[in-house]
Design a protein around this ligand. Structure first.
Ligand code: DGL
Length: 268
């Protein structure tokens, strides 16, 4: 029995889509979320910069006595996981790419899959490498959709601008006869309705968040650090800037009043 919280982080509101699944799968766990709203987006930044930001965030989360950390960000997961796991070797760290790959492999029938994510995620090749390691003959069609992140951060999730942007980015992918589309950025499930409308019912949409929550559960059980309390967990939210806007999106995504607190993350 370990009632210390689990740390979860992302560049902004995207990781809330992962928190949503963690709250379903592990409702009794206490959570501490950090959204780096002062420095979003991560997807256009270098691996070195994103690694430095992630190290600061993990150091901050450790001051909250977290027992494990979930990198609720594909850009960090695909570029910095190995470095972070080495640096914080005694801390269980869960990333989102492996669960996304496993869900995709279960979903595809024709072995033609689409991957959308940030520039950082798509150009890292992490998804493709892992997919091909399990299924050599899989075809992966990739597209970085950089404008989806500001749309999600702005809360423009179903207006005409969102619809046009989705069409512009995804039209080339649907022409490739894909049967599965991986949402390789945790911001993108916020736009899932518009994405789903555009790609149509024949394309299965894979959001790695649910499988990530189950991976976390497995990890807590394996390390014997699961919280056995029957009480609903506490959730605490921190951001590096502009917290009123964050609260609004949190309300939409999680149906939860989060009252985020601002933290000077550069100090860590
Ligand atoms: N939500 C993040 C991801 O999954 C980062 C998006 C960004 O900041 O560019 O990649």
């Amino acid at each position: 029995m370990d009632n210390r919280p689990i740390g979860v982080f992302d560049s902004g509101v995207g990781g809330l889509t992962v928190v949503k699944q963690i709250m379903k799968v592990l409702p009794n766990e206490n959570l501490v979320y950090f959204g780096d709203t002062a420095r979003v987006p991560y997807g256009s930044k270098s691996k070195e910069t994103v690694t430095k930001f992630s190290e600061q965030i993990i150091r901050f989360l450790l001051t909250k006595d977290v027992k494990a950390v979930v990198i609720a960000c594909n850009t960090v997961s695909s570029n910095c996981y190995d470095d972070l796991a080495k640096k914080f070797e005694n801390l269980p760290i869960i990333e989102v790419v492996t669960p996304g790959v496993e869900s995709c492999l279960k979903a595809t029938k024709n072995n033609r899959v689409g991957l959308i994510g940030t520039n950082g995620t798509v150009s890292s090749g992490a998804y493709e490498r892992k997919l091909k390691k399990s299924k050599e003959d899989i075809s992966v069609f990739k597209r970085a959709c950089s404008l989806f992140v500001p749309l999600a951060e702005e809360g423009w999730i179903d207006n005409e601008v969102a619809k046009l942007t989705v069409k512009e980015y995804l039209k080339g992918l649907v022409e490739k006869d894909i049967d599965t589309l991986i949402l390789g950025c945790t911001h993108y499930p916020i736009l899932k309705a518009v994405i789903g409308q555009f790609v149509g019912e024949k394309v299965k949409i894979v959001d790695p968040a649910k499988a990530t929550a189950y991976k976390l559960k497995e990890c807590l059980e394996k390390n014997d650090i699961i919280n056995l309390s029957l009480k609903e967990g506490n959730r605490k939210f921190y951001v590096s800037d502009n917290y009123a806007h964050f609260d609004k999106i949190c309300e939409t995504v999680l149906k939860y009043t989060c009252k985020a607190e601002k933290v000077d993350i550069e100090k860590y």
